[in-house]
Design a protein around this ligand. Structure first.
Ligand code: NHR
Ligand code: GAR
Length: 211
């Protein structure tokens, strides 16, 4: 697995990046669309090349994505990992990394695609919420699901409290999903769904106990 290379794309804090690094996964480089993303400093602290490719330097999504692809492909990654990356990707970008581009989204998809997921879950009064690792396809937040982490919504939960509980689940499931990918254990079945062997599934509890 350590002959493999990941490129991680971020936009902000970088706590998922930190969990990926703590798991010892082979991150070759970190790229951000925002120069002020604190995740860039986390990467540099680990001696990992980190670079901003500001979307504001480009007139449209196509030219921004083309610039990002050029910076990614320098590293010839086996897998491109979106970790709190906040720019919607063009079809061209998604096609270029077909089958080797994954995202973590802070809801139990297909519920709550898009933004403000925790606030919307609280507004609806759902009792279970969580996060989803999925392959990225052109349809936003609709690609094949790899793994999910479910957390309880507590009485009188706040958006920040719920977000923190979901984030802990993210930090558990994302490194695991990336490891499975690098080990060649993820396969798409004829229906376009991710197939996990029983042995693989048993390594990951979907229900994250509250701690
Ligand atoms: N791109 C495609 N084509 N498909 C997906 O599934 C994608 C994607 C790009 C990012 C992450 C996603 C999430 O997990 C993701 C999945 C950003 C937005 C958004 O509206 C929506 C979903 C996601 C990421 N971004 C605004 C935009 O105009 C900017 C918002 C901001 O900068 O704060 O790009 O939720
Ligand atoms: C995470 O909760 C991630 O799921 C979410 O942003 C946070 C990033 O945190 N992603 C999205 O909302 C993508 N649209 P981090 O920078 O600390 O990893």
């Amino acid at each position: 697995m350590n002959d493999k290379r990941l490129v991680v794309l971020i936009s902000g804090r970088g706590s998922n990046l930190e969990a990926i690094l703590a798991a010892g996964l082979p991150v070759a480089a970190v790229l951000s669309n925002r120069a002020d993303a604190s995740g860039l400093a986390i990467a540099r602290k680990h001696g990992i090349p980190a670079e901003a490719v500001p979307h504001t330097d480009h007139p449209d999504r196509e030219s921004f994505d083309a610039a990002m692809m050029q910076r990614i492909d320098v590293w010839q990654p086996d897998l491109v990992v979106l970790a709190g990356y906040m720019r919607i990707l063009t079809g061209h970008f998604v096609q270029h990394y077909h089958g080797r581009l994954i995202n973590i989204h802070p809801s139990l998809l297909p519920s709550y695609p898009g933004l403000r997921t925790h606030a919307r879950a609280l507004e609806d009064g759902v009792k279970v919420h969580g996060c989803t690792v999925h392959f990225v396809t052109p349809a936003l937040d609709h690609g094949p699901i790899i793994v999910q982490g479910a957390v309880p919504v507590l009485a009188h939960d706040s958006e920040t409290g719920l977000a923190a509980r979901v984030l802990r689940a993210e930090h558990r499931i994302y490194p695991q999903a990336i490891r499975w990918f690098l080990q060649g254990r993820l396969h798409i079945d004829p229906h376009g769904r991710v197939e996990l062997s029983a042995a693989t599934r048993s390594e990951q509890s979907v229900l994250i106990p509250d701690d």
